[in-house]
Design a protein around this ligand. Structure first.
Ligand SMILES: *Cc1c(COP(=O)(O)O)cnc(C)c1O
Length: 404
């Protein structure tokens, strides 16, 4: 199935998760701070306890409040799912997903380009519980069939890959999984539900680090998982058994971030396209890692399945001295150096993908960088990088180093 057809996500973003009539006419669903929730009778309390694994039900703050349910309802609708479970971080959304499927003696398949902390869950926590992980080449496509075992409990995907941005052939992997009755889950943080809806392609569970574009302002940690009806209770149960609870103020910030997600992403995408086109012409740049560019090896898959690209991309430089690339990065005025992305501000990181792999190699001739194009004016972002390349070239040529 292709693209969004008649859905208008920006309208959904404006109207879902709101019910002014139920709270004094205020436009936004308020923040409900709660541990104890009071009931009229023993019967009512026991009934709520029985139904607490259902969507939008709670008998205690940990299982959620109307703020949580408004956020969950909105994300579920955007993804075309039955329900969502809000969690306290994107990593917790990954943990809950893995724990919902993995059983002792089972096996999971993870892309070699996966978000690195997910690898630690597999190599430490899951391994201690007797679950084996096989890392696969993210570009494997339908050939993943050869890696599926009788005890494979989950095939996990992430497209494009963290740091290296390989696209995955989601429909081909899903077809191979379905042929063996294996569930699939995908980290959809990069695309957001506006640019890719995995459930429409047969994926069973969608994971988001809502910390990134959904919150969108670098001021809260939040995660969410979405699924169809068949798996919803299992995900909600796993989160409840593990004691997960998303904080009310952070859920509120997630809901507020959603209201402007479409307009923010439009600009992030436009800025990233301008930056990547400019960077692609630079003699210092070896390769741009951004599936929205026609030159990217994943471009055909991206064009077939996705409706857009966010502001996060990678690049590799031609071989250069380490001090030269550090001078480029450290001297930038507009790009922060730090983890996470999806806020309104630009970021840059020097990355080391090869150190995080086991099934494939990442061996470009020069250093690998990751850039998040924020909402600044693109000309200013380009000018800042241009000055950075001047610093890099000065050191690379072995000429005088900058004055303090
Ligand atoms: C940041 C990130 C996560 C983890 O989210 P947190 O909210 O930081 O825990 C998961 N997946 C991807 C792709 C990410 O970039």
């Amino acid at each position: 199935m292709k693209k969004s057809a008649a859905r208008h996500a920006d309208t959904l973003l404006t109207h879902l998760g709101r019910d002014p009539a139920s709270h004094y006419g205020t436009v936004n669903t308020p923040v409900f701070h709660a541990s104890t929730i009071l009931f009229d009778s023993v019967e009512a309390f026991q009934d709520a306890g029985r139904r607490k694994m259902e969507k939008g039900q709670s008998s205690y703050g940990r299982a959620g409040t109307p703020t949580t349910f408004a956020f969950e309802e909105t994300v579920a609708a955007l993804e075309g799912g039955y329900g969502a479970v809000a969690l306290s971080s994107g990593l917790q959304a990954i943990t809950v997903t893995l724990m919902a499927f993995a059983t002792a003696g089972s096996h999971v398949l993870m892309p070699d380009s996966v978000y690195f902390p997910a690898r630690r869950i597999c190599n430490d926590l899951l391994q201690r519980l007797g679950v084996e992980t096989t890392y696969y080449d993210p570009t494997i496509g339908g050939e993943i069939a050869g890696l599926i075992r009788d005890n494979t409990a989950l095939i996990y995907l992430e497209a494009p890959g963290s740091l290296t941005f390989e696209m995955q052939d989601v429909p081909a992997i899903v077809a191979a999984a379905k042929a063996r009755g294996v569930p699939t889950a995908i980290d959809n943080t990069w695309a957001t539900p506006l640019f890719f809806r995995p459930l429409e392609h047969g994926v069973d569970v969608v994971v988001h680090a809502a910390t990134k574009y959904i919150v969108g302002h670098s001021d809260a940690m939040l995660g969410v998982v979405v699924s169809g009806e068949a798996l919803y209770e299992r995900l909600r149960q796993t989160s409840q058994f593990l004691g997960c609870a998303a904080a009310p103020d952070d859920v509120y910030l997630g809901l507020r971030g959603l209201r402007t997600l479409a307009v923010r992403l439009e600009r992030h995408q436009a800025n990233a396209l301008k930056l990547t086109e400019w960077l692609g012409q630079r003699p210092e740049v070896d390769r741009i890692l951004y599936p929205a560019l026609p030159s990217d090896p994943g471009h055909a898959l991206w064009k077939r399945d996705f409706d857009g690209a966010c502001g996060l991309f990678g690049l590799t430089l031609k071989p250069c001295k380490r001090e030269a690339v550090l001078a480029l990065i450290d001297g930038l005025q507009l790009y922060g150096i730090g983890a996470s992305w999806g806020g309104y501000e630009s970021l840059i990181l020097l990355t080391d993908p090869d150190a995080m792999r086991s099934a494939t190699r990442w061996n470009p001739a020069g250093p690998t960088l990751r850039i998040h194009a924020g909402l600044e004016h693109p000309d200013d972002l380009i000018a800042d990088l241009e000055a950075g390349f001047a610093r890099l070239n000065e050191i690379n040529r072995g000429q005088s180093v900058r004055a303090g």
